[in-house]
Design a protein around this ligand. Structure first.
Ligand code: G1P
Length: 289
């Protein structure tokens, strides 16, 4: 069996300019879908997958994330004194065990690959998951759990993939698919944000990865790729042939919460998914046409 995945990296240094002014003084990862911040969905998905250590790569103006995963003493004592047990347990449920979360800063915005590389000393010589909170995935079994179950059979590097329409291909990392076995698709090539004419397929990378320590070595060469940035997909591409590399076509619906429409769609879908809101939301939706 491959070395188990126990740690996860959450790159949360991005500026979130697409959501200004909402993100002027609030990290975009704290934007709520219904009543929970995006970053908490990602952390819960990782926890469900068996992750024990959470590494956040943050930046300036992101302290609200650290506060979110800490005690809120005044709030907790007020809720306790008023016997608000339910609210209290919601507040406490966000708090990890001591030492389970580590924070480091990406000092310069040099790309996703660079953000992941910034976490290298917290990871050491073992595989690690990477979760992009912008990519929210509604599914019965969490996307990362699905991937880790498959990873435990095949090892190596792995990326979540989904089909996207032609007009969206150039916004993603795109794989050249090889052999297919159930949800696993052998990766024969991977390219970051190709023009449609150069795209090897319509299978786009979604923000869930399992990467091996060798990838960090490559990231540390600081080679620039698409957009002049250090790209995670490029380092993964340079590992082709050296270790197994698979795409995982996950079960579930993914929302691009880095875009306004995707974020709005996610709010509707997650509200419709909740027993306490479904009827009211469906009713409200019928009033629009
Ligand atoms: C990043 C990755 C890209 C991936 C995408 C998924 O791009 O670089 O390969 O397909 O996330 O959301 P970004 O959206 O940060 O530009």
């Amino acid at each position: 069996m491959p070395v188990p995945v126990r740690k996860a990296i959450f790159p949360v240094g991005g500026l979130g300019t697409r959501f200004l002014p909402a993100t002027k003084s609030m990290p975009k990862e704290m934007l709520p879908v219904v009543d929970k911040p995006l970053i908490q969905y990602a952390v819960e998905e990782a926890r469900e997958a068996g992750i024990e250590q959470f590494i956040f790569v943050t930046g300036r103006g992101k302290t609200a994330i650290e506060d979110h995963f800490d005690h809120a003493f005044e709030l907790q004592s007020m809720l306790a004194s008023r016997n608000r047990e339910e609210a209290l347990s919601v507040v406490k449920s966000t708090i990890p065990d001591p030492g389970q979360i580590a924070y480091t800063r990406q000092l310069d915005p040099l790309g996703l690959g660079h953000a992941v590389w910034c976490a290298r000393n917290f990871v050491g010589m073992e595989p690690v998951a990477v979760l992009l909170a912008d990519d929210l995935i509604l599914s019965e079994k969490g996307c990362l759990k699905q991937m880790i179950e498959a990873y435990n059979e095949v090892g190596g590097n792995m990326v979540a993939v989904m089909d996207v329409p032609d007009e969206d291909v150039s916004s993603y990392g795109v794989i050249a698919p090889g052999d297919v076995k159930d949800r696993l698709i052998e990766v024969r090539g991977i390219v970051e944000k190709p023009p449609l004419a150069d795209a090897p397929s319509n299978l786009a990378v979604v923000g869930r990865y399992i990467i091996q320590p060798k990838v960090f070595e490559d990231l540390g060469r600081f080679e620039r790729g698409a957009g002049g940035e250090i790209q995670l997909t490029d380092s993964l591409s340079r590992q082709l042939g050296l270790q197994p590399f698979n795409g995982y076509r996950f079960a579930g619906r993914r929302f691009d919460c880095g875009s306004k429409i995707g974020f709005l769609e996610a709010n509707i879908a997650y509200a419709l998914d909740r027993d306490d809101m479904r009827d009211d939301v469906s009713q409200i939706l019928t009033t629009f046409s």
